[in-house]
Design a protein around this ligand. Structure first.
Ligand code: SAH
Ligand code: SF4
Length: 429
């Protein structure tokens, strides 16, 4: 979501405000940092970065400095008092107001702050991309109303708000007309999508997938992030009926222990999570999964942790975003006593990551020699004369080839596994 917001701010700066890109900060007339406050480290980094930018402003007093995103939304007062040389503080839902905030900041000596949540206004006021890439993010909803006990998102991004169906379809059709092949639907909880149209019909996430897939020029549909509690029959049906929907799903579980899931207020048990996975597999037998994990949540015993490892092996995840629990001020979990040593947390984290790496490697071994379809995403940064293609199961394959293959769907044979990376050869029909 932050990547999406950063790109949109870049579009506003270049298309509506006349700025041009520079690689050196010393040359810049405007510097904006887009921030995330999901874990503590990111927040600390913002203030240290601002300290460095302050020196640039001393040399160039006309430099305009902005802080955007969730740290801006959470710490607006702290920023204006600790770093008064910051000109603009822009919340995640007001990035579209960048041009007017910029104008106001030029006329004012004080920090201009706009961290409101004006519902869906943001999307109606952002420029559309003129040169589409082969893969594009499309935000379908924002915010979260789940209030997990450890998480700041509902407070920094606001509660769940869904975009109108026709706006989403129009944005997608425009992108596809300009050459986009893959659409990645974006939101904090995409499958909590719910929109009432003019006729009073409710459109849920599953139905939205069916509407989007009617455009047959879309070759692949992905989405992130979904929540286990918002899967329904319509979405399972989508996995049966929509071939463009990829066979890989990022479905965060956070922990494999019911006790910890309850303390996290995730709203499901391990069994209920596994039931979602079972139904998805029934609908799409070759589907694979990745997940988010929080390690060292207050009260997590060795036994709880081993339950997470057991679940990981059972589901056979091939990737994870796993992090040590970070206490976020203002969240209910912040009052729980943190009784686990940092050494234990770090050991658990690396054991979990090793376990998933081994599972992922085994899965890569299993596809050696197989013929698969890949969508070519770009050139390889590791090997010259190679491009990167992604299978429907999200495995990245290096293939001999050149730029003109980008955006094409090709049949290849997987020929080599080198440490973690896979290589393939193009099959000529
Ligand atoms: N809505 C999605 C995830 C969005 S936040 C879901 O609930 O599944 C992305 C990830 O950040 C979460 O899945 C969680 O693993 C991690 N995260 C959130 N708050 C955290 C915290 N306080 N400490 C550590 N990790 C956290
Ligand atoms: Fe945060 Fe995800 Fe829980 Fe929402 S569902 S509160 S975004 S972890």
């Amino acid at each position: 979501m932050n990547e999406y917001d950063s790109n949109k701010m870049k579009d506003l700066l270049s298309k509506e405000m006349g700025f041009i890109d520079t690689d050196t900060k010393e040359e810049a007339d405007i510097l904006i940092v887009n921030t995330c406050s999901i874990r503590e480290k990111a927040q600390e980094k913002v203030f240290s970065l601002l300290g460095k930018w302050r020196k640039l402003k001393i040399k160039n007093p006309d430099l305009v400095i902005g802080v955007a995103g969730c740290v801006a939304s959470q710490e607006s007062n702290e920023i204006s008092s600790r770093a008064p040389y910051v000109d603009m503080v822009i919340g995640p839902q007001t990035i579209h107001r960048l041009p007017s905030l910029y104008k106001k900041s030029l006329d004012s000596k004080k920090t201009i702050v706009d961290v409101e949540f004006p519902l869906i206004e943001k999307f109606d006021n952002l420029p559309s991309t003129s040169e589409s890439k082969f893969s594009e993010f499309v935000t379908i909803m924002e915010g979260c109303s789940k209030y997990c006990s450890y998480c700041v998102v509902p407070y920094t991004r606001g509660t769940e708000v869904s975009r109108p169906v026709k706006d989403i379809i129009q944005e997608i059709n425009n992108l596809v007309k300009n050459g986009t092949k893959e659409i990645v639907l974006l939101g904090q909880n995409v499958n909590a999508y719910s929109y009432e149209d003019e006729k009073g019909n409710f459109i849920n996430f599953g139905l939205l997938l069916f509407y989007i897939s009617r455009n047959k020029d879309i070759k692949r549909i992905r989405y992130t992030t979904s929540h286990p509690n918002n899967f329904d029959d319509q979405t399972y049906l989508a996995y049966k009926k929509i071939p463009q929907l990829v066979s890989h799903l990022h479905l965060p579980v956070q922990s494999g222990s019911d006790k910890i899931l309850a303390a996290m207020k995730r709203g499901y048990t391990v069994l209920e999570y596994k039931s979602v996975i079972r139904k998805l597999k029934e609908a799409r037998p070759d589907i694979t999964f990745s997940s988010d994990f929080i390690i060292g949540f207050p009260g997590e015993t060795e036994e709880d942790f081993l339950k997470t490892i057991e679940l990981i092996k059972e589901i056979d995840y091939d990737q994870s975003y796993s992090f040590i629990y970070s206490k976020r001020p203002g969240t209910p979990a912040a009052s729980l006593s943190d009784n686990i040593s940092m050494k234990v947390k770090k050991d658990r984290l690396s054991f979990l990551q090793e376990t998933i790496n081994t599972l992922s490697k085994n899965k890569s071994k299993n596809i050696l020699g197989k013929q698969v379809e890949v969508l070519v995403e770009g050139t390889s940064s590791k090997y010259s004369n190679m491009v990167l293609g992604r299978t429907k199961n999200n495995k990245v394959i290096n293939i001999p080839g050149s730029k003109d293959m980008i955006g094409k769907i090709l049949k290849i044979e997987i020929t080599e596994l080198n440490n973690k990376s896979l290589k393939g050869e193009l099959l000529v029909n």
